[in-house]
Design a binder for this molecule. Structure first.
Ligand code: GLA
Length: 431
């Protein structure tokens, strides 16, 4: 009588990705946006896709304070492999650009307390034209990555059709699980299906992948960041329930430190990626990063907001006619994060509001500006003004409401003071 149920339960658990990884959004560095498919190591040895590039970046992560902040993954993207599989049908790294091989590169990461990610594609070719991992190669390639002691795998979708993707993405999840090695699994599947239901099943994705690309590739421009922000917040009601510990929407890499963003725009990308509980993969040159970009990427308060253990993705709560938008994310300890973002292109705009207007419950809140570290106490009813630069943000960490009321009670001859906690939870009123 009970047997079919047990078998069903086993079948379900076997299909789920239970690698226990990425309980908070993964952080690290990913080659693609900045280095693309530069394979010209003869003429561009410092920037070509080679083991040297990944070792250089690993050195920077481990020596310049990144690792301690949580940036631990070094991820290879496209164009790493040889154009042909080896005699046993296995993927192999390009021998000229990766003379030591991927296993040695993984060792290089591990001795530094870092992790190595690698890239493949579920079609016949990768997007860059390298050998893909179609259905009949999934088991073999998962085993190869595990033997190389790789820690994360991004499975792209070029040159595959809907049917192959519907089979391949869950199959790869099982194959990675079956290796016994915990390997974080990034699925590009939804990005190839328009990112929305009914074509995309976010419940299934949460069961089989740790993160997934929902939308277009990021490019080194503010337009590109804005297009991504627009799409993610327009569809927030679909995307928010999909995310949580171990399963994340991925709006793509951080391009801070490259050429396309001003300092204000860089602060905006970092702030909005933290609100979105997005994976934080930088794609930049850590060897030459300027101090401004470094300060933004290494901002401890924003990182801790991004990494909040509740893992609740935040939302846009206001689009004001002034072209100021407000974003909010609930955090653990009854705290929250607020971002005031300006879509204006004229001058710093003095936006006036109150926490009550932003749906906060009655109370007195300690507020910290995460970029200036200035702290103030703001009562829910107090009107305040934030000055938001064009295309920039003001971002606040808002602590739990403090005890505000002291009431005097007379009891016999004693005077006793009772502190009344404010309703401790400011979350439900915003949901
Ligand atoms: C696709 C992906 C990118 C990158 C390239 C590599 O466009 O979305 O993130 O991996 O392929 O060719």
């Amino acid at each position: 009588m009970f047997q079919p149920l047990i078998i069903l339960a086993l079948a379900v658990s076997a299909s789920a990705l239970n690698n226990g990884l990425m309980k908070t959004p993964p952080m690290g560095w990913l080659a693609w946006e900045r280095y693309r498919c530069d394979i010209d190591c003869d003429n561009d040895p410092k920037n070509c896709i080679s083991e040297k590039l990944f070792m250089d970046m690993a050195d920077r992560l481990s020596e310049d304070g990144w690792r301690e902040l949580g940036y631990t993954y070094i991820n290879i993207d496209d164009c790493w492999s040889s154009k042909d599989r080896d005699k046993d049908g296995r993927l192999q790294a390009d021998p000229k650009r990766f003379p030591s091989g991927i296993k040695k590169l993984a060792d290089y990461m591990h001795v530094r307390g870092l992790k190595l990610g690698i890239y493949g594609d579920m079609g016949t070719y990768t997007c860059g034209g390298y050998p893909g991992t179609p259905l009949d190669k999934i088991t073999l390639d998962a085993q190869t990555f595990a033997e190389w002691e790789v820690d994360m795998f991004k499975y792209d979708g070029c040159y595959s059709n809907d049917t192959e993707q519907a089979q391949g993405y869950p199959l790869m999840s099982k194959a990675l699980n079956a290796t016994g090695r915990p390997i974080g699994y990034s699925c590009s599947w939804p990005a190839y299906q328009g990112g929305l239901p009914p074509k995309v099943d976010y419940d299934l994705l949460g069961d089989i992948c740790n993160l997934w690309r929902n939308y277009d590739d990021i490019q080194d421009s503010w337009d590109s960041v804005l297009a991504i922000v627009d799409w993610f917040f327009k569809n927030q009601d679909i995307l928010i329930p999909a995310a949580g510990p171990g399963k994340w929407n991925d709006p793509d890499m951080l391009i801070i430190g490259n050429f396309g963003l001003s300092m204000d725009q860089s602060r905006s990308q970092m702030a909005l990626w933290a609100i979105m509980a997005a994976p934080l993969f930088m794609s930049n040159d850590l060897r030459t990063l300027n101090s401004g970009a470094r300060a933004i990427l290494q901002n401890k308060m924003i990182i801790s907001i991004n990494q909040d253990p509740l893992g609740i993705q935040g939302k846009r709560i206001l689009q004001d006619k002034s072209h100021i938008e407000v974003f909010w994310r609930p955090l653990s300890n009854n705290a929250s994060a607020l971002v005031f973002f300006s879509r204006r292109t004229d001058m710093p705009y003095r936006f006036k509001t109150s926490l009550a207007t932003l749906n906060y419950t009655v109370g007195s809140y300690k507020v910290t500006d995460v970029y200036t570290y200035e702290t103030t106490t703001v009562k829910d009813s107090t009107e305040f003004v934030v000055s938001v630069n064009p295309t920039g943000v003001v971002m606040w960490y808002v602590s739990a409401p403090a005890k505000v009321n002291s009431r005097l009670f007379f009891r016999g001859s004693h005077i006793r003071t009772f502190d009344h906690e404010e309703v401790p939870n400011n979350i439900p009123s915003l949901l």
